[in-house]
Design a protein around this ligand. Structure first.
Ligand code: NDP
Ligand code: MG
Length: 391
């Protein structure tokens, strides 16, 4: 029987993973080692009971009594805190889903890789902040990383059986989000609710807003660079409003292989769950005659400066991804709480990168998790200053 753990089980990706695991037999087919969540302990406890998990961990100490009460008599062990989540990755499991949101997902993922596990990686911040370290850790310990972000799963699938040396370019698609056709002025004055209204995908709040600002695509460009190792100039993005093609790979003979699928994360999660084979996944099947048209347009870097910033980060390499992500997280928090406007987010990130500069080792490749966390800390602090300067 395969064993698995889900980090970030109560989130959007975690729920979809749980759903697929239940459909594929639940506790009769999988031994669930650990499930982790944040504040939603009621749901975490329900999942832990349904999968007969060995351990349920909440990120927050103050949530532990509620989790303990909800799991009374179930036989499920409980724990709390960031350290307990990372230690949950020490427990032997064949497969782990990394679906915590934000930089908090990095440490447990790294720990799972150190044990040589297969890590289904949805947490894009891990690759953006610590790509070289993560990939080196996987190599050193014989671990496997399976990308779960839909674009990267698509590239991964298009590359099966191919000679990587023959790849000329990779194109990841962007829906363009809710503001694809808005003017710069409209975008400047948008609300949080408008930014969350993604036209094609149903996702968590933070990633939905990141999609509207194209910070999500910026993170994904960096993620592509770190995971597959392509040069920055080989990685492109194109706006594709229908979100049917997720990525394309162009080869040296002129062929372009495209991966098509419905905009439903259960496809990419199901691919990772069933890898190296394929399994039945209950997503809607594409009706191409009904879709009728697949269209493409160049992204507008004036309305979406995050894409230009991603290019600068890819060129600088090293710890600049950690600084970029941390500054973006602070800017996003301040947009959500109404302190700054939508376009201020990119300005805050740009200002943070400029303030930190090469002097603070922005281009140095991280050799330990502590260096990444130190840069994350510095960038959060600096971004806070940059926000205050704009108030
Ligand atoms: P959600 O916000 O829906 O869920 C996040 C999960 O992490 C929840 O289980 C939450 O717990 C938990 N969590 C929140 N903060 C912490 C913390 N500090 N420590 C430990 N756990 C915490 O996120 P998504 O599922 O949307 O995204 C998860 C990751 O996958 C992100 O990195 C995202 O970029 C990536 N991703 C998501 C996609 C999507 O379609 N949603 C697509 C591609 C990538 P609780 O809710 O109980 O508080
Ligand atoms: Mg994606």
């Amino acid at each position: 029987m395969r064993s698995l753990s889900i980090f970030g089980a109560t989130g959007s990706i975690g729920e979809s993973t749980f759903d697929l695991v239940m459909r594929q037999g639940g506790p009769a087919a999988f031994r669930t080692v650990a499930l982790t969540g944040g504040r939603n302990v009621t749901r975490l406890a329900e999942m832990a009971r349904a999968l007969q998990a060995e351990l349920a961990v909440t990120a927050h100490d103050d949530c532990l009594p509620a989790l303990r009460a909800a799991l009374l008599g179930s036989g499920v062990e409980v724990a709390a805190g960031a350290q307990a989540i990372t230690e949950a990755a020490d427990r032997p499991a064949d497969w782990a889903m990394s679906a915590i949101v934000g930089a908090a997902g990095l440490a447990p993922g790294m720990r799972a890789l150190r044990h040589g596990r297969t890590l289904a990686l949805a947490n894009k911040e891990s690759l953006v902040t610590a790509g070289p370290l993560l990939m080196a850790t996987a190599r050193a310990h014989g671990a496997t990383i399976l990308p779960v972000d839909s674009e990267h799963s698509a590239v991964f699938q298009a590359l099966i059986g191919e000679d990587i040396a023959c790849v000329e370019r990779v194109i990841i698609t962007a829906s363009g989000g809710p503001f694809r056709d808005w003017t710069l002025e409209q975008v400047r004055n948008c609300t949080v609710a408008q930014a969350m209204a993604h036209p094609n995908w149903s996702m968590g709040q933070r990633i939905s807003i990141d999609s509207a600002s194209m910070f999500n695509k910026a993170l994904e460009l960096i993620e592509t660079r770190e995971f597959f190792g392509f040069a920055p100039e080989q990685i492109e993005t194109v706006v594709h409003p229908q979100s049917i093609i997720h990525a394309m790979v162009g080869f040296c003979d002129g062929a372009v292989m495209a991966h098509l699928g419905p905009p439903d994360m259960r496809h990419a999660i199901g691919f990772a769950l069933n890898w190296p084979g394929r399994g039945e996944v209950p997503v809607a099947r594409l009706d191409l005659a009904q879709i009728a048209k697949l269209s493409f347009q160049a992204p507008d870097e004036q309305r979406f400066p995050a894409l230009r910033l991603a290019r600068e980060v890819m060129a600088a390499g090293g710890l600049s991804g950690a600084a970029f992500n941390a500054a973006k997280e602070i800017a996003l928090d301040r947009f959500i709480d109404g302190s700054i406007g939508f376009l201020d987010m990119a300005a805050v990130v740009e200002e943070t990168l400029a303030r930190i500069s090469a002097r603070n080792g922005l281009g140095n490749s991280p050799t330990a998790l502590e260096e990444v966390l130190a840069m994350d800390h510095l960038a959060r602090h600096t971004a806070g200053d940059a926000v205050r300067a704009r108030l």
